[in-house]
Design a protein around this ligand. Structure first.
Ligand code: FES
Ligand SMILES: [Fe+2]
Length: 325
């Protein structure tokens, strides 16, 4: 596993700044600009959140067969996420143990073994050093000491997560909840139909803040507003009754299929919660709507094991780098 120190003395100044900003911060107000712009605070984010947390690294369906891999980059690290010969996902640092060359230059692919392009050391799909150009011939190099460095990896419900920390934070709570909710979705049997990358010239927290508020939705996402209760007033008694009735009706219909509507209020689910880096829920859509389109009608074939299009909407988020609905 990685032996990279979690903290460095250079972060001490950032810690002082962080302490001051948190002391001065008024709860319920926006974060001061330094949280979005200060390089030291950004390094703290990387060390304490990105290098300690479970990061979404790809979909199971992208690495179906043993030897299929995707490369996942975070900060200065590059990670190979590969389906092993045992069918299990293995995550390996994309760094040759000889002179540090990057092993996989492509973003994804399939390999029988990993061969370094520099001096052709070769590794198994699990990161075991197989050949090293004869450098072990005279006995002064033990191949077992030069396997690729591993990274913790988990696969649940068709999603793959990795954690760079030596001792990861617990995954099991997330694994159980995500697994239970995601099973009918059938993500592992899906395909990635299209991918879009958007480079946002902003700190990552600004992107999350945008995700966790829906004041921009009325104008920015009219189709979403038509389908969802997220922007509805949370204190409207008549509306509360409508949502409760809709949730009950949808749950009753879907109970036999193991699907439960477990968010039954207007407004968004609070996230993130202290000590909980993940959350997942199914929530009802507005009556008559089965998709977040302008007319609410189906826009694609049914996924997974869903018996009908009318299953509400499944939402999940994992801190720091994943959400979907
Ligand atoms: S750096 Fe990989 S074989 Fe030399
Ligand atoms: Fe938005």
């Amino acid at each position: 596993m990685s032996s990279r120190p979690l903290e460095s003395p250079q972060l001490a100044d950032a810690q002082v700044l962080l302490d001051r900003l948190l002391t001065e911060h008024k709860s319920g107000f926006a974060l001061p600009r330094e949280f979005q712009t200060d390089p030291g605070l950004y390094q703290l984010d990387l060390e304490r959140i990105w290098r300690r947390g479970w990061l979404f690294a790809g979909h199971s369906c992208e690495v179906k067969r043993p030897g299929d891999y995707v490369v996942f980059d975070v900060d200065t690290d590059s990670i190979i996420v590969m389906r092993g010969d045992d069918g299990v996902i293995h995550a390996l640092h994309n760094t040759c143990r000889h002179r540090g060359m990057k092993l996989c230059a492509a973003a994804s692919g399939h390999v029988a073994r990993l061969v370094c392009p520099y001096h052709q050391w070769s590794y198994s799909r699990h990161g075991t050093l197989l050949t090293c150009g004869g450098m072990d011939a005279d006995g002064d190099l033990d191949r077992r000491d030069f396997n690729l460095r591993g990274v913790h990896a988990r696969e649940v419900g068709g999603l793959i997560f990795v954690c760079l920390a030596d001792d990861p934070i617990p995954f099991d709570g997330a694994g159980h909840a995500l697994g239970a909710h995601l099973t009918p979705q059938g993500l592992e049997r899906a395909r990635v139909a299209a991918a879009r990358s958007y480079e946002v010239r902003a700190n990552w927290k600004l992107v999350w803040e945008n995700n966790r508020e829906c004041w921009h939705c009325e104008v920015g996402h009219p189709q979403y507003v038509r389908a969802n209760y997220d922007t509805a007033p949370i204190d409207d008694a008549a509306l509360k009754r409508e949502i409760a009735a809709q949730a009950r009706a949808t749950s009753a219909r879907l109970e036999a299929h193991g699907l439960v509507i477990d968010h039954r209020e207007a407004g968004m689910v609070p996230f993130p919660m202290p000590e909980q880096w993940w959350s997942i829920n199914r929530t009802p859509l507005i009556p008559g709507w089965v998709s977040e389109s302008m007319d609410g009608r189906p826009v694609a074939p049914l996924m997974g094991a869903y018996p009908t299009h009318d299953v509400g909407t499944l939402r999940m988020r994992t801190m720091p780098n994943f959400w979907n609905h």
